[in-house]
Design a protein around this ligand. Structure first.
Ligand code: GCW
Length: 714
């Protein structure tokens, strides 16, 4: 009897690893599994006092309630009166004014979104204060405070001040109105346009919470390959309903605007940006939007790119187009984000196109226009040098566009942690105003004194239960938000935070997963496109390798255009003897890349066509180095698998098994990439695989005849 009782008691105390479906993202708020810390936290937060009434403050209250009750497994009372000892006091500088906590000017530096969290004595009681100039700042502070607890940080003696470095921190959804997501690998769109505006899916609210928790403050709801229907009244009502849900979380909505909308839904016979009727149409449209959505963010525009309409169809420039929309939006407080993703099949090097088209327009855009530039000159490859536009348009605020959805990075089945990629670009020195003119300082506006600044991530979110399909896709969403808020955070720190909140604070779990994450980006570079190869993926779907492809409707959609392999060697000569794209960089940057013997391996084939016998820094020939790198990529994935397996007893079975299966796909794909690419390049190099290397198990012909007509996202 006694034994049975003991056993029952024991069973109650053991917390089994419950199946988790990933829906809660990094906001799981599970009980703190460190008892000593748990009691400390409980002691430090004995009551909560929330000052202020608004939808935002309701969200603050709800989140703290849910978060603290979950993490501390204690019901913490809300108080209204004088603070007692260990009260968490939460409010704005005005709602807390009576407590005379801070000298007035002291908080001005927090601006409209920053926050402060301090431990201090209030009316003789030891308290923790979360404050900001605005309700939204308070919400960000509340999320930060919850993150401290979730990641087991001390919450006594706090003195934290935090403000965002970048003003617009946006997601770009490439979601179509029929819910198909272009380059989406996580199901269909979360926006259920058919049931809006009446039906508000809980997911919209959880989406808002997740974004607010990492500081994302805007979302472009629809694809840049835009459908004008979203600008019609019935759809604007749906957009307004989403705006209402997102507003209490500080998230503004934006729309991708189709440039030819005046013709398609306005029945005009032109969309010429200098035509008065067209201009009036956009002005009226803007007013209509703002009557429904008073805090509407503005328009994102893809124009004269990949078949999209634009001002050039009327002999006008990108600036003419952007300014027309900017003029319609500026009296209402809206902005235009005009994309610089343009390229022309006639040009001799796609690399150069955006720079050639946009730099002459520097200084010609209205004050409420940002030009949004992809991180690299081509298209979201595993590794690209920074786009030469950064540093070349000092009079224009340039917004960064990263891609969270892994179009060229293994899509929904490969584990690739992108923070190191983002950081590599942000930290790159453009030398545009002397040394230390980093891309980050251009993007945050400080280098050229712009007040508008922004970073966008092409969303990897869909209606999959866990949002991103690959559980580790969530980390890229998380990293985008955290880095947009503060790009000085390290990839390691962001990974640790994410792991602790998403999986566990157990040091074995944190260290092992962080290792996996931090090696994953270099792994994908190595097994797909080492040494500066780029864009050699299958046409259209962009999933697997197809370096042999040479039959696309446009030469610049074909891999052979980018690698230029022949009997002499491989790589794209972008020096003075080739396309001279290097000329678009400052001399100090040019110098890094101009000499094929000095250029770092990472960028070698981006800028040079080098012989198969070329001597690499390692002492190997280029051919042997290529073999070595592809193998290294495969080996890294094996190592990732091995490390993951060690976590079996530490991770809930559902997510453990899911990641295990996905890593197996990634490993198989890495081998596929290695074999297909090396067999193909071998037809030019004519050199044998180095001794001891795994030999391909199929012929080149086998890989070439494979077809993937139903690859997702295409
Ligand atoms: O990367 C390419 C994609 C297109 C995308 C385009 C863009 C939305 O293959 O699907 O279109 O870039 O960024 O506009």
């Amino acid at each position: 009897m006694k034994n049975t009782l003991l056993l029952m008691l024991l069973l109650c105390c053991i917390q089994p690893l419950r199946a988790e479906d990933g829906y809660d993202l990094w906001l799981r708020y599970k009980r703190i599994d460190n008892n000593a810390l748990l009691s400390t936290y409980r002691r430090t937060i004995a009551a909560i006092h929330i000052a202020g009434n608004s939808l935002v403050m309701d969200a603050v209250k709800k989140e703290l309630d849910q978060g603290l009750n979950g993490l501390l497994q204690a019901h913490i009372p809300f108080t209204n009166g004088q603070p007692v000892n260990n009260t968490l006091i939460v409010g704005t500088t005005s709602t807390l004014a009576a407590l005379k906590l801070f000298p007035k000017d002291d908080l001005q530096q927090l601006g409209t979104e920053g926050f402060r969290i301090t431990s201090r004595t209030v009316a003789g009681k030891v308290c923790t204060v979360i404050t900001a100039n605005t309700d939204i700042g308070v919400l960000y502070g509340a999320f930060h405070f919850l993150r401290l607890i979730q990641t087991l940080q001390p919450v006594a003696n706090l003195n934290i001040t935090s403000t965002p470095r970048v003003k617009l921190r946006l997601l770009n959804h490439w979601d179509n109105l029929n819910r198909y997501v272009e380059r989406g690998y996580a199901g269909i769109s979360i926006w259920n346009w058919h049931t809006l505006p009446e039906y508000i899916d809980d997911r919209y609210i959880d989406y808002a919470r997740a974004n607010a928790s990492i500081g994302i403050n805007g979302t472009v709801l629809n694809n840049v390959n835009a459908n004008a229907t979203v600008l019609t009244a019935p759809y604007l009502h749906k957009v307004a309903a989403l705006a209402d849900v997102l507003r209490p979380y500080g998230i503004k909505v934006y729309l991708s605007a189709r440039f030819s909308a005046p013709m398609e839904i306005g029945h005009l016979n032109t969309a010429d940006p200098l035509n008065d009727t067209v201009r009036q149409w956009w002005q009226a449209k803007a007013k209509e939007i703002y009557t429904m959505i008073p805090d509407f963010g503005g328009f994102l525009v893809k124009a004269n790119s990949e078949g999209q309409p634009g001002p050039q169809s009327y002999g006008r420039t990108h600036a003419d187009g952007a300014n027309m929309l900017a003029d319609a939006l500026s009296p209402l407080g809206g902005i235009v984000i005009w994309r610089a993703f343009v390229y022309d099949p006639e040009a001799n090097d796609r690399f150069k196109q955006a720079y050639d088209e946009f730099t002459p327009l520097d200084g010609k855009f209205r004050k409420n226009v940002l030009v949004q530039v992809k991180n690299g000159p081509i298209d979201f490859q595993p590794r690209e040098p920074f786009s030469p536009l950064f540093g070349a348009m000092p009079k224009t605020p340039l917004m960064m566009e990263f891609q969270l959805t892994q179009e060229y990075l293994g899509q929904g089945t490969h584990l690739v942690y992108e923070a190191p990629l983002f950081k590599e670009v942000l930290d790159a020195d453009t030398h545009s105003k002397g040394k230390n003119s980093t891309v980050a300082k251009i993007v945050d506006g400080t280098l050229n004194d712009h007040t508008l600044s922004g970073i966008a991530g092409v969303a990897n979110i869909g209606n999959e239960r866990n949002w991103t399909n690959h559980p580790f896709g969530q980390a890229n969403w998380y990293a985008l938000g955290r880095l947009s808020w503060d790009y000085s955070l390290s990839s390691e720190q962001i990974a640790s935070e994410w792991i602790r909140q998403t999986f566990s604070n157990d040091p074995t779990v944190v260290n092992t997963i962080r290792n996996i994450m931090l090696t994953s980006r270099e792994a994908v570079v190595n097994y797909m496109t080492p040494l500066g190869l780029h864009h050699i993926m299958g046409n259209g779907h962009h999933y697997g390798p197809a370096p042999w492809s040479n039959k696309a409707p446009r030469p610049d959609w074909d891999p052979v255009y980018y690698h230029k392999a022949d009997a002499k060697g491989v790589g794209f000569d972008r020096t003075a003897s080739g396309s001279n794209a290097l000329q678009q960089y400052q001399p100090a940057v040019r110098q890094l890349y101009a000499d094929s013997n000095a250029c770092s391996d990472q960028y070698l084939l981006w800028f040079h066509h080098v012989s198969w016998q070329h001597k690499m820094h390692s002492g190997r020939t280029l051919w042997n180095e290529l073999c070595h790198k592809y193998q290294e990529g495969v080996d890294s994935v094996s190592a990732m698998q091995q490390q993951w397996r060690q976590l079996k007893k530490h991770i809930d079975p559902e997510r453990f098994h899911q990641v295990e299966m996905l890593l197996a796909i990634q490993h198989k794909d890495a081998i596929w990439w290695r074999n297909a690419c090396l067999l193909y390049f071998q037809t030019f190099s004519g050199m044998p695989f180095p001794a001891g290397y795994e030999q391909p198990d199929h012929t080149l012909g086998y890989y070439q005849q494979e077809r993937f007509p139903y690859a997702p996202g295409n």
